[in-house]
Ligand binder design. Structure first.
Ligand code: HEM
Length: 502
């Protein structure tokens, strides 16, 4: 009797499975497929169902290279997840990032650093934050930072002089230069890298900040569990973001102890003065002028201005080592104009054509931010480059693809500054510049662009004038393969070159 009952129970479960569950799943899959508003957007089959495959690619640092390959196979619009589409066309660039864009930053920005101007998605909160830091990026403010750039470059050259004619990993040196500039320029603390010729611990934490915040955002449960795992390496990894922030918090406290903000007009002084004004009026402080808000803004500026500029300079001198004719042309241009003058101001060199072409080309072919800048479609949906999208779809263009558009850049993977010199003569330069996304575009474009350009040009002129550069190890080209975790990172984590006095 019992046997009969259990076998009839088995039959009925099997029956339910084959007659109800399986057809139900097939029908619901079919319904999802037929009603899927993105079904006509080409892409890998798996992307219709999940974006998880992209997480793996993201973690391996291959996102921008993979999306670039997908565009080559599928065309200018590629679906990479159930509600994520990547674009690569001039029309999409204009639509998504152009003036008066209706697309807000996507939620992933919550994990791209501390709460600050860069990460804020809400339009009104963003306006308040931006208003407060914009004056620090005016041409007057940038010219006030210029002496810091030259001072840091003097230190760099002193260190390089001691290390000529031998293989040298230039990556940490250019990172220390970049950190020194933004550190002293915004937080009144260079963090001592080039002064002590030692990589500040802060730079090791910067490396880990993005992966930590990103892991927390993507896998909150796993991260919560990891917090209880008593392994030193895991705990140190998880603590990277607070440790990094602590350096900026200490610099802020040191500034307050040594300056009277009302006598100054730098970034910290302006924020603290606004804080005091509001306190005097008895008003509630918005987050961005609280002490914590100020420290978070400073922390993000260190993040935004260090590896971007440091990595660009590293890639530049690697490309110059591979194309020595360009370092010679650069030196010739500078020496001819400066006529034996030892020092120079940015104003004197900023318009040099070869220097300008070399910098534009390195930013094009080795963009410090190669990947997509994700935005969100509004609730009512949108049409991007002829593709109809429902609301809340993540859309993006990436510098890696727009800056390698073969119809605009001949032989797009090659470092060839000549294309910019020719472009200025034949009138194509503006069209080429339209494709450049390395600093973003539109209302959310990089506020540090002017500062970064000044720093890149001064550093390129100083170093190219003084040294010849060659590849320092048979592994260098392999080490310099591009990987990215939002910011470009050489795969090998180093760049061995050999400098010799010119
Ligand atoms: C080669 C150097 C640099 C590159 C390639 C670069 C790239 C970018 C990009 C692509 C964005 C826009 C991100 C988006 O739309 O999602 C951005 C935003 C930003 N960058 Fe840079 N950046 C560089 C240097 C700097 C420096 C030196 C600073 C200042 C310390 C800085 C500060 C900022 C800020 C504050 C924003 C946020 C702008 C906003 O949302 O209004 N950047 N940067």
């Amino acid at each position: 009797m019992d046997l009969l009952a259990s076998s009839s129970a088995k039959i009925s479960w099997l029956w339910v499975l084959t007659h109800i569950v399986a057809p139900g799943l097939v029908l619901s899959g079919l319904y999802t497929y037929l009603t899927d508003p993105l079904k006509r957007v080409p892409g890998p089959f798996i992307a219709k169902f999940t974006g998880a495959w992209m997480l793996y690619i993201d973690l391996s640092g291959q996102r921008s290279a993979t999306v670039h390959r997908l565009h080559k196979s599928y065309g200018p619009a590629v679906r990479v997840g159930p509600s994520e589409v990547c674009f690569a066309s001039p029309a999409a660039l204009k639509e998504i990032y152009g003036a008066n864009s209706k697309y807000l930053k996507a939620p992933v920005y919550d994990s791209l650093g501390f709460r600050s101007t860069f990460t804020t998605r809400n339009r009104d909160e963003y306006r308040g934050m931006k208003k407060r830091i914009v004056p620090s990026f005016s041409s007057t403010s940038i010219s006030e930072i210029e002496p810091i750039v030259h001072r840091q470059l003097d230190l760099l050259v002193k260190s390089f002089d001691k290390r000529v004619d031998q293989p040298l990993d230039v990556l940490p040196w250019f990172r220390m230069l970049a950190l020194g500039v933004v550190g002293e320029g915004f937080a009144d603390d260079s963090f001592g890298g080039l002064e002590n010729e030692t990589l500040p611990e802060l730079l090791n934490h910067i490396d880990e900040v993005f992966p930590v915040l990103w892991t927390k955002w993507m896998f909150p449960l796993t991260t919560a569990i990891l917090e209880y795992v008593p392994l030193k390496s895991i705990q140190s990894f998880l603590q990277a973001a607070p440790k990094f922030k602590k350096y900026c918090s200490d610099a802020y406290q040191k500034y307050l102890a040594t300056h009277n903000p009302s006598d100054h007009h730098d970034l910290i002084a302006r924020m603290v003065n606004e804080q005091k004004e509001l306190q005097k009026k008895g008003e509630i402080l918005p987050f961005h002028v609280t002490d914590d808000g100020i420290v978070q803004e400073l922390t993000n500026l260190m993040f935004a201005g260090t590896d971007t500029t440091g990595t660009t300079l590293t890639y530049l001198f690697w490309e110059l080592a591979r194309h020595p004719e360009w370092i010679l042309r650069l030196r010739e241009e500078i020496n001819e104009a400066l006529q034996g003058q030892d020092t120079f101001s940015y104003h004197e060199i900023s318009e040099f054509p070869v220097l300008d072409a070399v910098i534009q080309e390195i930013l094009r072919v080795r963009p410090a931010g190669p990947g997509g800048l994700p935005r969100f479609t509004p609730e009512e949906g949108a049409v991007v480059d002829g593709v109809a999208l429902p609301g809340r779809v993540i859309i993006s263009c990436q510098a890696m693809s727009s800056q390698r558009e073969p119809t605009i850049f001949e032989d797009p993977d090659r470092f060839n500054p000549q294309r910019w010199l020719d472009g200025e003569k034949n009138g194509n330069a503006d069209m080429m510049r339209e494709q450049i996304l390395v600093f973003g575009k539109g209302a959310r474009a990089c506020l540090g662009r002017r500062l970064a350009t000044m720093e890149l040009k001064c550093a390129a002129a100083t170093v190219a004038r003084r040294y010849n550069v060659k590849i320092g190890s048979p592994t260098t080209d392999n080490d310099m393969e591009m990987t990215d975790h939002f910011v470009l990172i050489p795969k090998g984590g180093k760049c061995l070159l050999e400098l010799s006095r010119a």
